[in-house]
Design a protein around this ligand. Structure first.
Ligand SMILES: O=c1ccn([C@H]2C[C@H](O)[C@@H](COP(=O)(O)OP(=O)(O)OP(=O)(O)O)O2)c(=O)[nH]1
Length: 158
């Protein structure tokens, strides 16, 4: 069963009233990065290739078609007994853009990232709502203890 937006809001920090939806909470855009070096997924490990921050143009990220890494502004905590799923805001999709996302594990805490696909030029302002997090009740074995635990928490690092 999926939880209400009010429940999700208790696990997203900070949350303004305008972000709380019936079934989840909208996440806002903090920054956009462009990958500039190959990464690698191996059998025994992984390497994330270097990414560079894209600069603002007149207060917005002006993005031509391509693939970008998008960083969310909010710190998410996935409570035990739950799993998180993230969906693009429909207005993003209606503007020919898509967010690709992965599973948000029970026990994860951090300010996460997603893959933004841009299929037609778009302008995105920092602080704009771009995605919606939903939480479903879930059984799980242990809690998240991977390399992204605590990412960008309590820092001003982008
Ligand atoms: O779209 C998403 C989905 C998940 N996460 C966060 C929450 C999740 O719990 C964490 C780790 O995801 P995953 O388990 O898929 O990472 P991994 O590639 O398997 O790396 P590791 O083994 O270090 O966890 O990243 C995101 O930032 N964005």
């Amino acid at each position: 069963m999926f939880r209400s937006g009010a429940f999700v809001a208790d696990h997203v920090e900070p949350t303004a009233d305008s972000q709380v939806q019936p079934n989840g909470v909208d996440l806002t855009l903090e920054s956009v990065l462009e990958q500039v070096e190959p990464g690698r997924l191996g059998v025994d490990g992984k390497r994330i290739g270097d990414r560079e921050h894209i600069s603002l143009t007149d207060g917005a990220y002006a993005l031509p078609p391509g693939g970008y890494v998008l960083q969310y502004a909010e710190t998410i905590t996935i409570p035990e007994g739950h799993v998180g799923f993230l969906y693009p805001r429909s207005s993003l999709m209606r503007n020919s853009c898509m967010l690709n996302t992965a599973v948000w594990d029970a026990g994860y805490e951090g300010r996460g990232e997603g893959l933004l696909q841009v299929h037609y030029d778009v302008e995105l302002e920092p602080g704009a709502r771009v995605a919606q997090l939903v939480l479903g009740r879930a059984n799980h074995d242990g809690v998240y203890d991977g390399s992204y635990q605590g990412e960008r928490v309590g820092s001003t690092e982008r």
